[in-house]
Design a protein around this ligand. Structure first.
Ligand code: C2E
Ligand code: CA
Ligand code: CA
Length: 965
C-alpha cells in the first residue's frame, strides 16, 4: 500500500471519528482536570518514545501525549518499563496510561481504551540493506525468505494474510523479542524480519507491506476519569488541528521506508517467460517522452524512469514508439506491446480505451498558455486547444472542466497563431513544454496561466488480458524508485543538463535559482512538501556528510561577514595530504569518519564571526579573523597538535597530515577581489606545499602566482611529453608462488620530466583521467609493450604475458578495441601475451551490456583481461560470475590490513577458492614480506607481485636482473 493511500485512509478515519464524536459530546469536567499528575508507562521505542543523550524526550507518542496535556492540563510522570511490565502495571492501576496498545478483544477485560486510535502502525517484511547486495539474493523469491517474527499476534496476523497468497508454507522463526529478530537478520542468520514502521531503522528496506494496525492509549478498566481526559484531549486536537497526526507522521518519518524489490515465484516465472518487455512510448510528449534528435532513440523523464526501474529490478525493456495512442492500444491488445508508458492514470480513461493501469510513477503538470485575462474558475465559455497528437489528453481535461470547449491544433505555430489572434483562448500543454515554447517561439502577449486542476498522475498501462503478475511486477518496481532518483531524472530534463550532472550537482549549480525561481516555475517542484523543500535547501547549501556549509553557501556568507572593519581576514584552504591513502587503506567509511572528525575539530576551533565549509572531498575552506598577522600560524600550530590522530572507535587510529594554504586579505582585497580569486589564491598557497610528512602551511605571496601550479605545468606538457617519449615503461615481475619463478610482468608508467624530474603515476594519472589524456597514454604504453614483446621474441627470450593498465575511460569509448587491433597489427606479437588490467572501480555505473561487449571484443582478439584492485572499493563478488575475467588481482589493501586476522584469512581464502572454481587465475599484489608469501601459499594463491620479489624496474635493469630461462 502506498503512502498516499494510507494518508487518505487516515484522513478518512479522522473525519469519520470527528463526525461520530459529535453525537456524544465529551465535556471534560473541570474536576477531572484537577487530577494533575498522570503516570505514563514509557516503553522506549525509536520514533515513538525516544530519549536522547541529553535526556530530551521526543517521538510520535511523546508529542501526542504532550499535545493532549495542553488540553487537559496534565503533567506526566514517565515510568520506564518493558511492554509486559507496562501491561501489568497499567491493568493494576499502578500506572495510569499505556501506549501504543493495539486493540484486542481479550484486552477489553483489563483495559479501558481511548475512543480514537492514536495512530496506526504498518507492519511489513523488511530485509536488511546489507543483505540486498548478497549474491545469493539474486534468485531468491519472496516466499523463500526465512522470516523472523515474535509471538506477537499482530505480526502473525500480517504473516497469515501473506501466507494465503503464496503456495508453499512460509519459513518463519519466532524470537523472544523483536530486537533479537532484528539482530539475527543483521547477522544474516535469517533473511527478513516483520517490523512495524515504528520499529524499522535505516538498516532495513521493506519488501512487502502486510497489515495496518491502529493503536491506542489505554488505562485500567473502569478508570473513566483518565480515559475521558484522553478522549477530550484527542477530540480537541482533531477539531482544531486536523492535520496534527499527519504532520507527526511526517515529522518522525514514519511511513517512509526504503523499498527493495524481491519478486515472488510467480513473478519470477513471468519474467523468465518474458525476458524482454516491450514498452510503447508516445514520442510527442517532450520532455516526458520524445525522440532524441541526435540518436533517434526515445528519451525523456518517463523513459529514464522506466530505465531506472529496469536497472533496479533486473527487467529488460525495449522501447517502441507507435504512431499514437489508438495505435499503441491496438498493439497492446494484439500482444505486440507489453506495456504503455506515460499514460495519465484515470479509471474511466483506462476502461474507455480498454487497458489496465499500474500505480503512478510520475506527476505531469499542465498549464494554459494564453492571454492574461482569459481564465475563469470553471472555464465556462472558453475554448482551449490541444495538440492533435496528444490523443487522450482532451479526455482528461473535458472530465475536469465539463464546460470547457476543447479543439485541437496540428502544430505549434498554428496553435500559437490561433491563441494570439483569439480564435482560441489558450493552449493546454505540459508545464515543461510551455517553458521551452516561450523560449523558442515568439509568443507575443501569451503567458503561462495557472489552472485549478493541473496535475495528473502518470502510470503504465497493460492489456486487460495481461497476467496479474505483470502489474504486480511494475508496481513493486515503481515503489522501489526513491524520491531522490525520481527528482534527479526530472531535474536532469528540466534544467537542460540531461545526464551530465547528478542531482546534487544540479542543486549546487542552480542553488540560487532553486530557492526562488525554480520552485515557482517548474510545476514539478510545486508538489514538494514543505519538508522536502527544506531538504532541497539543505542539499543545495549544506554538505551531506558533515552537515556543515558547502562552498556555495560559504561564498554567500563570507561577504557580509567580511564587511566589518577593524579586523584582518584570511581565507584558508586546507586538505589532508594523505587522504587518498587513508581511503585506500581503511576504506571509504573510515575516510568519511576522518572528514567528520576534522569538520568537528574545525568547528570547535573557530571564533565568533568565523565560518568554514567543506568543498569537494577533503577540501575545507575557512574564513578567519585576527588582530595581527603573526597570530595565524600560532593558531594553526595549536590546532594541528590537537588533531594528529583520529581514532575510529574500533582501536584503529590513523595519522592525518594537513596542508594549509592561507591567503591574508588586506582592506583593498576585501573591497576589490572577488571571492573566487580569494579562494583560488588560498588554494595556490595550499598546492605550493607539495608532498609533506608533517602538517604544513604556506602563506600566499605574489611569487606563487607566477609559479604556475603543478597541474597546469603537467597539462601544458603532456602532448610534448608523449611525442618526446618522456614516458617510460617500467616492469614489475609477477611470480608463481609454488616455484617463485617469474611468470609475467606488469607494465607501469613513469614520467621522466625534463624540469620536474621523475614523476610517479599517482601524481599525473588522476589528472590525465580527468582531462582524457590517459587513453593516449595507455595506447602508448600498449604499443611499447607490443614492441618489447616483439623484440624479446626476436632475441629468442622466453616469453610470458605482460599486463598493461587500462583506464575506465576506454570503456566509454567505442573505438578502443579497433585502435588496439590496429596497433597490434604493426607488430609480430601473439595477443595472448598481452593482458589488459582494468580496475574494479571502472565498472561502477556502467551499462552491463556495454561492458560485456567490450570484454568479449578484447577476448576475440585474444587478449587476457584482469580485474585489478579487487576488493579496494565496493566490489561485489557477483562481478566475477557476471563477466568473463581471466585474472583476478587482489588489492594490496587485503595484505596491508592492520587487523589482518582470521576474518581476512577466510575472506582471501574463499575469494581464491571461488576464483579457481570460476576458472579465474588469482594473483595477489603488494606482497612485501616473507610472512605474506607464506600466508598466500597457505590459502592457495597461485601468483604474487610486490616489492618482496622486486620493485617495478626500468627496462634495461629488468632485462639484466630478471632471469630469462
Ligand atoms: P596498480 O595498477 O595497482 O599498480 C600497482 C602499484 O603498486 C604500482 O604503483 C606499483 O609500483 C605498486 N607496488 C607494487 N608492488 C608493491 C608493494 O609490494 N608494495 C607497495 N606499497 N606498492 C607496490 P605505481 O607504479 O606508482 O602505479 C600506481 C597506479 O597508477 C597503478 O596502480 C595504476 O592504477 C596506475 N598506472 C600506472 N601505470 C599506468 C598506465 O600505464 N596506465 C594507466 N591507465 N594507469 C597506470
Ligand atoms: Ca595494475
Ligand atoms: Ca592494482
Amino acid at each position: 500500500m502506498k503512502y498516499s493511500q494510507l494518508r487518505k485512509i487516515l484522513l478518512l478515519a479522522t473525519i469519520v471519528l470527528i463526525l461520530s464524536s459529535c453525537f456524544h459530546t465529551v465535556t471534560f469536567a473541570t474536576t477531572n482536570r484537577q487530577q494533575n499528575k498522570v503516570k505514563v508507562a514509557w516503553i522506549t521505542t525509536d520514533g515513538f518514545f525516544t530519549i536522547d543523550q541529553n535526556n530530551n524526550r521526543s517521538g510520535y507518542g511523546y508529542d501526542y501525549l504532550d499535545k493532549i496535556a495542553e488540553h487537559t492540563g496534565w503533567k506526566y510522570e514517565f515510568i520506564i518499563c518493558s511492554f509486559p511490565e507496562a501491561m501489568q502495571k497499567v491493568a493494576q492501576g499502578e500506572i495510569d496510561l499505556i501506549t501504543p496498545l493495539a486493540y484486542k478483544e481479550n484486552r477489553e477485560a483489563d483495559f479501558e481504551y481511548a475512543r480514537y486510535p492514536l495512530g496506526a502502525a504498518l507492519n511489513g517484511i523488511y530485509i536488511c540493506k546489507a543483505h540486498e547486495e548478497h549474491p545469493n539474493r539474486a534468485n531468491l523469491a519472496l516466499e523463500d525468505l526465512v522470516i523472523g517474527t515474535t509471538v506477537d499476534e499482530i505480526r502473525k496476523e500480517g504473516l497469515d494474510i501473506f501466507a494465503k497468497t503464496v503456495e508453499e508454507p512460509l519459513q518463519i522463526i519466532t524470537y523472544p523479542t523483536i530486537e533479537a529478530a532484528k539482530e539475527a537478520c543483521l547477522a544474516h542468520e535469517i533473511d527478513a524480519v516483520v517490523l512495524s514502521d515504528f520499529e524499522k531503522s535505516e538498516q532495513f528496506s521493506v519488501v512487502k507491506y502486510l497489515n495496518l494496525i491502529p493503536f491506542y492509549v489505554a488505562t485500567a478498566k473502569g478508570n473513566t476519569k483518565i480515559i475521558d481526559g484522553v478522549n477530550y484531549g484527542m477530540q480537541e486536537i482533531k477539531l482544531f488541528d486536523r492535520f496534527y497526526e499527519k504532520n507527526l507522521y511526517e515529522k518522525y518519518n514514519i511511513f517512509i521506508a526504503d523499498y527493495a524489490v524481491i519478486f515472488t515465484k510467480k513473478e519470477q516465472a513471468y519474467l523468465a517467460s518474458h525476458p524482454v518487455l516491450k514498452v510503447g512510448v508516445d514520442i510527442q510528449k517532450k520532455p516526458v517522452e520524445y525522440l532524441d534528435a541526435d540518436t533517434g532513440l526515445p528519451v525523456g523523464i518517463s523513459v529514464d524512469l522506466t530505465k531506472k526501474i529496469a536497472e533496479k529490478c533486473g527487467i529488460k525493456f525495449e522501447f517502441v514508439h507507435p504512431k499514437n495512442l489508438t495505435n499503441s492500444i491496438e498493439m497492446l491488445n494484439n500482444g505486440k506491446l507489453d506495456i504503455l508508458s506515460g499514460l495519465i492514470k484515470d479509471k474511466d480513461f483506462a476502461s474507455a480505451y480498454n487497458f489496465k493501469q499500474s500505480e503512478s510513477y510520475l506527476n505531469s503538470y499542465y498549464v494554459f498558455l494564453g492571454k492574461e485575462h482569459k481564465t475563469n474558475k470553471e472555464l465556462k465559455g472558453l475554448t482551449a486547444a490541444i495538440n492533435v497528437e496528444h490523443v487522450g489528453l482532451p479526455y482528461h481535461f473535458q472530465k475536469k472542466y465539463p464546460a470547457l470547449n476543447i479543439v485541437s491544433y496540428d502544430n505549434m505555430e498554428n496553435g500559437l497563431t490561433a491563441a494570439k489572434n483569439g480564435s482560441v483562448d489558450f493552449l493546454i500543454m505540459n508545464s515543461l513544454m510551455a517553458n521551452s515554447v516561450l523560449n523558442i517561439y515568439d509568443a507575443g502577449e501569451l503567458t503561462v496561466q495557472e489552472m485549478r486542476y493541473s496535475s495528473f498522475p502518470v502510470a503504465f498501462g497493460v492489456s486487460t488480458t495481461a497476467s496479474p503478475e505483470l502489474l504486480s511486477i511494475l508496481n513493486k518496481s515503481i515503489a522501489a524508485i526513491t524520491e531522490g532518483e525520481r527528482n534527479n531524472i526530472i531535474l536532469n530534463y528540466t534544467t537542460g543538463a540531461a545526464n551530465k550532472l547528478t542531482f546534487e550537482e544540479i542543486l549546487r549549480k542552480y542553488a540560487a535559482l532553486f530557492i526562488g525561481l525554480l520552485f515557482l516555475f517548474f510545476g514539478v517542484l510545486l508538489s514538494f512538501s514543505a519538508r522536502n523543500k527544506k531538504k532541497l535547501e539543505r542539499l543545495a547549501f549544506y554538505d551531506a556528510l558533515t552537515g556543515e556549509r558547502n562552498l556555495v553557501k560559504f561564498k554567500l556568507d563570507i561577504v557580509p561577514l567580511m564587511r566589518q572593519k577593524q579586523q584582518m581576514y584570511s581565507i584558508v584552504a586546507l586538505d589532508i595530504n594523505n587522504f587518498k591513502a587513508i581511503n585506500d587503506i581503511y576504506g571509504y567509511q573510515h575516510g568519511d569518519l576522518v572528514l567528520l572528525q576534522l569538520a568537528l575539530a574545525l568547528k570547535k576551533a573557530l571564533h565568533p564571526g568565523e565560518i568554514f565549509c567543506r568543498g569537494d572531498g577533503d577540501n575545507f575552506y575557512l574564513l578567519l579573523r585576527s588582530k595581527t598577522r603573526e597570530y595565524e600560524p600560532k593558531r594553526f600550530l595549536a590546532f594541528t597538535t590537537k588533531i594528529d590522530h583520529f581514532s575510529f572507535g574500533d582501536n584503529t587510529k590513523c595519522k592525518i597530515i594537513l596542508k594549509i594554504g592561507i591567503y591574508q586579505l588586506t582592506d583593498e582585497n576585501v573591497a576589490q577581489d572577488n571571492i573566487e580569486t580569494m579562494i583560488d589564491r588560498a588554494n595556490i598557497a595550499r598546492k605550493s606545499i607539495g608532498h609533506c610528512h608533517a602538517h604544513s602551511y604556506a602563506i600566499y605571496d605574489q611569487t606563487m602566482y607566477n609559479n604556475v601550479n603543478f597541474e597546469k605545468t603537467i597539462e601544458n606538457n603532456m602532448d610534448t611529453a608523449l611525442a618526446e617519449e618522456q614516458f617510460q615503461v617500467y616492469l614489475q615481475p609477477k611470480v608463481a608462488l609454488a616455484t617463485e619463478l617469474v611468470i609475467g610482468a606488469e607494465a607501469l608508467v613513469r614520467w621522466q620530466h625534463p624540469t620536474q624530474g621523475f614523476i610517479y603515476p599517482d601524481d599525473f594519472i588522476p589528472l590525465f583521467e580527468k582531462n582524457g589524456f590517459v587513453t593516449k597514454l595507455d595506447f602508448y604504453m600498449f604499443e611499447h609493450v607490443c614492441a618489447l614483446l616483439e623484440r624479446w621474441q626476436k632475441e629468442g627470450r622466453r616469453l610470458y604475458p605482460i599486463s598493461v593498465n587500462f583506464s575506465r575511460k576506454h570503456l566509454l569509448q567505442t573505438d578502443t578495441v579497433e585502435r588496439l587491433r590496429q596497433i597490434l597489427e604493426g607488430y609480430q606479437v601473439n595477443p595472448r601475451l598481452i593482458e589488459i588490467e582494468i580496475t574494479e572501480s571502472s565498472f561502477t555505473n556502467l551499462d552491463r551490456v556495454q561492458i560485456a561487449s567490450f570484454m568479449s571484443q578484447l577476448h576475440q582478439i585474444g587478449f587476457g583481461i584482469s580485474l585489478d584492485d579487487f576488493g579496494s572499493g565496493y566490489s561485489s563478488l557477483s562481478m566475477l560470475s557476471e563477466y568473463d575475467f581471466d585474472v583476478l588481482k587482489l588489492d594490496r589493501s587485503f595484505l596491508e590490513h592492520k587487523y589482518s586476522n582470521e576474518k581476512t584469512t577466510i575472506l582471501i581464502g574463499s575469494i581464491i577458492t571461488l576464483s579457481q572454481k570460476l576458472n579465474i587465475l588469482p594473483i595477489s599484489e603488494g606482497v612485501e614480506t616473507q610472512e605474506q608469501v607464506e600466508f598466500l601459499q597457505s590459502v592457495g594463491c597461485a601468483m604474487a607481485q610486490g616489492y618482496f620479489f622486486s620493485k617495478p624496474l626500468p627496462l634495461a635493469e629488468y632485462e639484466k636482473v630478471v632471469k630469462f630461462l
